[in-house]
Design a protein around this ligand. Structure first.
Ligand code: FPP
Ligand code: MG
Length: 390
C-alpha cells in the first residue's frame, strides 16, 4: 500500500517536471525520457536520508515531500550534470572516474549523471524544503502545494524542528560527497537564505548591500528605476532568498563533474539569472493567479508589507503608492488600493519583461556548453519559468 502510494507520488513529480519543461514551449525534449529514472529516485532517496527513530519527526520532515512539488532545483542540477558530461568527457577522457559506480548512461552512452550529482540534487531539494518549513512559520502561511502547511498541520515548533532536521541530514549527506568546495558552496547557500529572509524582514534599502550583483548582466526594462537603491535592494534580496541556491547548486554539479572554470562559472551564472527570473515571476503571480491555481496564498506579499517588483514599477507610474510602501501597507484599505494600482499600472508587464531579460541572459550563459538534449532542456526551462502559472 505504502509502496503504491510512493510510486504514484514519484509519477506525479515526473509529470510536474515534464509540465514545467513543456508548458507553453511546444518542446520536443522529454525530461521523463531524459531524467525519468533519476527524478523518480529523488523522493525515494530523500525519504531514506530522512529516516529517524522518531516516527513523528519522520512524518513532519517528510510532509512536504508527499505533496506535489515542482522539483525545479533538482531538475536543474540533473540537467546541468547531464549537459556538462561532454565537457568532462572531452577534457578528462583519459583519466579514470573515481565515483562512477551506479552511473546511468543515457541514450547516447556519452551523457551521464554521477551518483554524487544525483545526491546533490537531493540535498538541494532538502535545503529548499527546510527553508519552506521555516518560511511558512515566518509568513504565518496556512496553505502550500494545495494543502495545509506543516505549521498549520503540526504546529510551529514541530515545523521549525523538522526544518532543522532536514538541514542537518542535508549537511551529513553534503559532507559525504567528500568535496570541500561543494560543501563550502552549499553552506554559503544556507547563510544566504537566512540573509535573504532578514533583508525581507527589514525590507529597507538603507541596510548595506552584499554587492553580489557587480557581475549581473546589464538587463534593464527601466534602467533608472532598476539602478535605484530600493530596486537594487529587492534584487539583492531575491538573489539571497532564491537565486543563490539555484546558482550554487548548478555550479556544484559541474564541480562534482570535474568541469573547468569556464563551465563552472557558466553554470553559476545560468542558475543565478534563471533564479532571479523564477522569483520575479513568483512575485508577479502573487498578483494575478488564484489561490487554487497557485496552491498557496495569493496577495500574500502586500499583506506581509512587501513591495516586490510589480509594486516598485507601479510606484514609478503612480507615486501615490510611495507612502503606502513606506508604511508597509499597514493601514486599513492599503492592500486593496495597492493591488488596484499595480493592476492598473504596467508593473506586471514590466516584471515579466525583466524576468525575460534574465532568462535571455541565462540562455546566453550556457552557449559555452556543447549542444545536447540536456542543454536544449535547460534553454526550454527558461520559457517554462516565464509561462508558469503555479
Ligand atoms: C519563500 O519565499 C522562502 C524562501 C525562498 C527562503 C526562506 C528562507 C528562510 C525562512 C531562512 C531559513 C532558511 C533555512 C535553510 C532553514 P516566499 O515567502 O516569497 O514564497 P512562498 O510564497 O512560496 O512562501
Ligand atoms: Mg512565504
Amino acid at each position: 500500500m505504502l509502496q503504491r502510494l510512493f510510486k504514484s507520488q514519484w509519477q506525479k513529480s515526473i509529470y510536474n517536471a515534464e509540465k514545467l519543461v513543456h508548458s507553453g514551449s511546444g518542446s520536443v525534449i522529454n525530461p521523463k525520457e531524459l531524467l525519468g529514472k533519476d527524478l523518480s529516485l529523488l523522493t525515494d532517496n530523500i525519504r531514506k536520508l530522512l529516516g529517524s527513530g522518531h516516527p513523528v519527526l519522520e512524518t513532519v520532515s517528510n510532509y512536504y515531500f508527499s505533496k506535489q512539488g515542482k522539483h525545479v532545483r533538482p531538475l536543474l542540477v540533473l540537467l546541468v550534470s547531464l549537459a556538462t558530461t561532454k565537457q568532462l568527457k572531452t577534457q578528462e577522457i583519459d583519466k579514470p572516474l573515481t565515483n562512477n559506480s551506479g552511473i546511468f548512461f543515457k541514450e547516447s552512452k556519452t551523457e551521464f549523471i554521477l551518483p554524487t550529482q544525483r545526491r546533490l540534487a537531493e540535498i538541494t531539494e532538502m535545503i529548499h524544503t527546510a527553508s519552506l518549513l521555516h518560511d511558512d512559520v515566518i509568513d504565518l502561511s496556512l496553505t502550500r502545494r494545495g494543502a495545509n502547511t506543516a505549521n498549520h498541520e503540526f504546529g510551529n515548533k514541530m515545523a521549525i524542528l523538522a526544518g532543522d532536521f532536514l538541514l542537518a541530514r542535508a549537511s551529513v549527506a553534503l559532507a559525504r560527497l567528500r568535496n570541500l568546495q561543494v560543501v563550502e558552496l552549499l553552506a554559503t547557500v544556507i547563510s544566504n537564505l537566512v540573509e535573504g529572509e532578514f533583508m525581507q524582514l527589514r525590507n529597507n534599502s538603507s541596510n548595506p548591500l552584499q554587492k553580489f550583483n557587480q557581475q549581473l548582466p546589464p538587463v534593464f526594462v527601466n534602467e533608472q528605476l532598476e539602478n535605484s537603491p530600493d530596486f537594487q535592494y529587492y534584487i539583492e534580496k531575491t538573489y539571497m532568498k532564491t537565486a543563490s541556491l539555484i546558482a550554487k547548486s548548478c555550479q556544484a554539479a559541474t564541480i562534482l563533474g570535474g568541469c573547468d572554470e569556464a563551465i563552472t562559472d557558466a553554470a553559476y551564472s545560468y542558475g543565478r539569472n534563471l533564479g532571479l527570473a523564477f522569483q520575479l515571476v513568483d512575485d508577479m503571480l502573487d498578483f494575478v493567479v488564484t489561490e487554487n491555481e497557485f496552491g498557496k496564498p495569493v496577495n500574500a506579499d502586500l499583506s506581509l508589507g512587501l513591495a516586490t517588483a510589480p509594486v516598485l514599477y507601479a510606484a514609478n507610474e503612480f507615486p501615490e503608492l510611495l507612502p503606502l510602501i513606506e508604511r508597509k501597507f499597514s493601514q486599513d484599505g492599503d492592500v486593496a488600493i495597492a493591488k488596484e494600482l499595480v493592476l492598473k499600472s504596467k508593473g506586471i508587464e514590466k516584471t515579466r519583461q525583466l524576468a525575460k531579460a534574465y532568462c535571455d541572459a541565462a540562455i546566453q550563459d550556457i552557449q559555452v556548453l556543447e549542444p545536447s538534449r540536456a542543454r536544449t532542456a535547460l534553454i526550454e526551462i527558461t520559457e517554462a519559468v516565464l509561462t508558469r502559472t503555479k
